[in-house]
Write a protein that binds this ligand. Structure first.
Ligand SMILES: [Zn+2]
Ligand SMILES: [Zn+2]
Length: 238
């Protein structure tokens, strides 16, 4: 894994365009526009505020900036979950530090709803399997690209996938990570009417792992952040 942060550093450009907007979900259309946001098509995680410039889901972008990789398939938006269940059934899920291969999906385009679904006649868009999996595990990044940092073309381990929103050091685990249907959870999802309750269900096992605690400066200079991290890692092991 030691080579991965270096690769992320070359792929993830510095992101100063993510701006926290207090109570974004409660703003009027005009207030959203004034903040570079709009109310759009719901993302797989049930959010509907998007960024005007790249259509990324606003709350998912915040989740990725918080370095949270995790999802529970049973609590995801209805129109996405069957497709994701089908994708996950084709992935050889293994140790979080290894590549998870899915050769059958390498060339495939996956038909899923997207930000375009709000105004397009065709309600689904074709995306690559790695973008589909990224949006499931990390979040909906709209028109942004998703890249594999391990360089393995058949790998679909979400911890090896990044977009411009990612931080330099990925978390060590995906949490929550439930990628199969469970009848009791599906029933629970059906019974929850209140949006806040659903939010609690979806987020209760999120692991907030902003970065290695030894990297105490949120430094915009990736090289010095990298050196700081690996020097401390070296000190711990020597
Ligand atoms: Zn979202
Ligand atoms: Zn990989």
């Amino acid at each position: 894994m030691a080579n991965i942060p270096k690769k992320i550093a070359s792929l993830v450009r510095e992101h100063d365009s993510f701006r926290h907007v207090p109570n974004a979900e409660r703003l009027s259309t005009d207030e959203l526009t004034a903040n570079g946001l709009y109310k759009g098509y719901p993302c797989p995680h049930g959010h509907d505020i998007r960024l005007l410039d790249n259509h990324s889901c606003y709350l998912c972008a915040g989740k990725i900036r918080d370095n949270i990789c995790g999802f529970d398939l049973n609590y995801m938006q209805e129109e996405y979950k069957r497709k994701y269940a089908d994708l996950w059934s084709q992935i050889a899920v293994g140790d979080p530090s290894e590549c998870w291969e899915a050769p059958g999906l390498t060339q495939k385009r996956i038909c899923l709803p997207s930000y375009r679904s709000l105004y397009a006649r065709d309600k689904s868009t074709n995306v690559t399997a790695h973008k589909a999996i990224y949006q499931c595990a990390w979040g909906d990044v709209g028109a942004l690209f998703v890249t594999r940092v391990c360089g393995n073309k058949t790998c679909l381990n979400p911890l090896h996938l990044v977009s411009n929103w990612n931080r330099l050091f990925p978390p060590s685990v995906i949490s929550p990570f439930d990628y199969a249907f469970q009848p009791e959870k599906l029933m629970q999802y059906q019974q929850v009417q209140d949006a806040n309750q659903l939010k609690v269900l979806r987020e209760r096992y999120y692991k907030c792992t902003i970065q290695n605690p030894l990297v105490n400066q949120n430094n915009s200079d990736y090289d010095s952040e990298y050196i700081q991290y690996y020097q401390s890692e070296w000190q711990e092991t020597s």
